[in-house]
Design a protein around this ligand. Structure first.
Ligand code: FAD
Length: 510
């Protein structure tokens, strides 16, 4: 089905979640099967039309919608999740969204994949970029369970075809599988479906092929009022989060069952949030939660209060000031769907990321504080979110998958959301200045070293390839892929020799 500018649904089909990116393609192709994808790609190659792919449109950059793009392949109708006996693995099509995936896997088989927090992100780009989520510390990244991928590629003669690549050691296409374990979407071809099976899983029962999430979790949401925090207290809170995650990053650590988010909002929000989930099925779950919160409170005299303000992607949750025990799927749905921007057709945003290996040096945390208290903006939806890493994610060899940040203890997501296009420059500048200032000692970006460890390709940031913003001498691809870039280049040369699939931060052929 081709949607063209004369169709009523065109406007709905040419926008990402972030309304800074609205496209003007000649057509959007709503596809239903792999053969149709092959056909559409072949046509675009033959007529030399630039083609991109959308699965959910959550991309942080303009990689899907920008003026050069003539054809967009829309994967939203390819959204099945099923057990595939032929592959003896669970198949997930690219357009399937997180909540649908979690529901289908859990209700039928009591299993899950440890993927993203937000319910409406789709598998297509998310998995290819590594796929981080709330179960990371117990189950690793989603790509740690990726068995195979089906991709429509274009060969050196300009012929489109579908290829299946598995992680089997003797698979001649294994490099294409590996390229999809963190290489990022939009690089090698159109991914039509993924198959999942945890390494070492045996038998043909989907109930034993993938991780079982805890059937119950404890959820706690507390906040600190900005008015009660001095700079010292703020610094202490941030450093407590960092030191806890550094000390507890081991896969065997009993605290791997703790998933905690510290939401450091701009001062105009009024609050800083701390949302924590603990596996309620482990012995002493309440004690683990209380001990964690006590650790966070260490040296912080400000008392915590109910989380009453909307922050980043979280709605107010004052009722969770006392931790509540909830069934896992319900809790996952609640946290992932309270996300107001996802239903806001006026949402505009800017993002940057940092993987963290160590605690904050004085200058970095002072710069974060300066920018969160800056009067250059008054934006309650601007801030820096700390999210957990480590645990099971840290036991995988950095070269075993394309995503290399296996030594990270946590990551930071810099984000700002606003509505009025006239305010774009103000919010983007605020973030650029904050990031540049925080990493002033390393050329304005978090280069891999003992403290920082580069950036997350699923949170792409065009500034990393702009010498005005990245003065580090460390190229954007090293920030995303570290030592894995050479292998990604090889895979690109083999599977997309014409560089048909590209965007402004895609893997090159040279
Ligand atoms: C509100 C929000 C919450 C998020 N939460 C998380 C989270 O919890 N964890 C996390 O890791 N990330 C998260 N992300 C980031 C998310 O993983 C990335 O935006 C990811 O790229 C989304 O993939 P998609 O397919 O849904 O998006 P899209 O925006 O459709 O695509 C993103 C990129 O992948 C390409 N692509 C998409 N589909 C295909 C395909 N089938 N074949 C080839 N290329 C394709 C696109 O061309 C584009 O370059 C979040 C983003 C947002 C906006």
């Amino acid at each position: 089905m081709a949607v063209t500018p004369n169709d009523p649904q065109y406007a709905d089909c040419v926008r990402g979640l972030n309304t800074r990116y609205i496209g003007t393609p000649e057509s959007v192709r709503i596809v239903n099967c792999t053969d149709q994808v092959v056909q559409v790609v072949q046509e675009a190659v033959t007529y030399k039309k630039r083609l991109t792919v959308i699965s959910s449109g959550h991309c942080y950059e303009d990689f899907i919608f920008n003026p050069d793009v003539k054809v967009v392949v829309d994967m939203t109708m390819m959204n099945n999740v099923y057990y595939d006996p032929a592959m003896n693995a669970v198949a997930i099509e690219s357009g399937a969204t997180m909540l649908e995936i979690y529901k289908t896997l859990y209700k039928q088989w009591g299993v899950t994949v440890p993927a993203g927090f937000c319910y409406s992100v789709a598998a297509g780009g998310h998995v290819a970029g590594g796929g981080w989520g709330p179960l990371v510390r117990v189950n690793g990244l989603v790509v740690d369970h990726l068995y195979a991928v089906e991709v429509v590629v274009v060969d050196a003669n300009g012929t489109a075809r579908a290829v299946v690549a598995t992680r089997e050691a003797n698979d001649p296409n294994r490099d294409l599988w590996w390229a999809h374990t963190g290489g990022g979407g939009g690089n090698f071809g159109v991914i039509t479906r993924y198959w999942f099976k945890t390494p070492g899983a045996t038998g043909s029962d989907p109930r034993t092929m993938l991780p079982r999430p805890p059937h119950d979790v404890l959820i706690s949401a507390i906040a600190y009022n900005w008015s009660s925090l001095t700079q010292d207290q703020f610094t202490r809170l941030a450093r407590n989060y960092a030191s806890w995650h550094v000390a507890n990053r081991g896969a065997d650590n009993p605290n791997r069952v703790v998933t905690s988010y510290l939401l450091l909002n701009h001062q105009s929000n009024g609050q800083i949030g701390l949302i924590t989930q603990v596996d309620a099925t482990v012995p002493n779950a309440h004690t683990i939660l209380d001990t964690y919160i006590a650790y966070m409170q260490n040296g912080v005299t400000a008392t915590h209060v109910p989380l009453t303000n909307r922050m980043a992607e979280i709605s107010p949750m004052p009722e969770l000031v006392q931790a509540r025990q909830l069934p896992w799927l319900e809790a996952t749905r609640m946290l992932g769907t309270t996300n107001p921007p996802l239903n806001d057709p006026t949402y505009r945003a800017e993002y940057k990321s940092t993987f963290m290996r160590g605690n904050f040096p004085d200058n970095q945390i002072a710069a974060v504080y300066r920018h969160l208290t800056s009067t250059a903006i008054s934006n309650p939806l601007a801030g820096v979110q700390f999210t957990p890493y480590g645990g099971q994610a840290s036991v995988v060899d950095p070269a075993a998958t394309a995503i290399p940040h296996r030594g990270a203890a946590f990551k930071m997501l810099w984000s700002a959301q606003w509505i009025d296009p006239a305010e774009d420059t103000k919010h983007i500048d605020w973030m650029r200045r904050g990031y540049a200032d925080t990493y002033a000692d390393t050329g304005g970006v978090p280069v891999p070293n003992d403290v920082t460890d580069g950036c997350y390709v699923n949170y792409p940031d065009g500034d990393l390839s702009d010498p005005n913003f990245n003065k580090s001498g460390t190229p954007w691809y090293t920030l995303y892929y570290k030592g894995n870039y050479a292998r990604l280049l090889q895979a690109k040369r083999r599977w997309d020799p014409l560089n048909f699939f590209h965007h402004r931060q895609s893997i090159g052929t040279t």
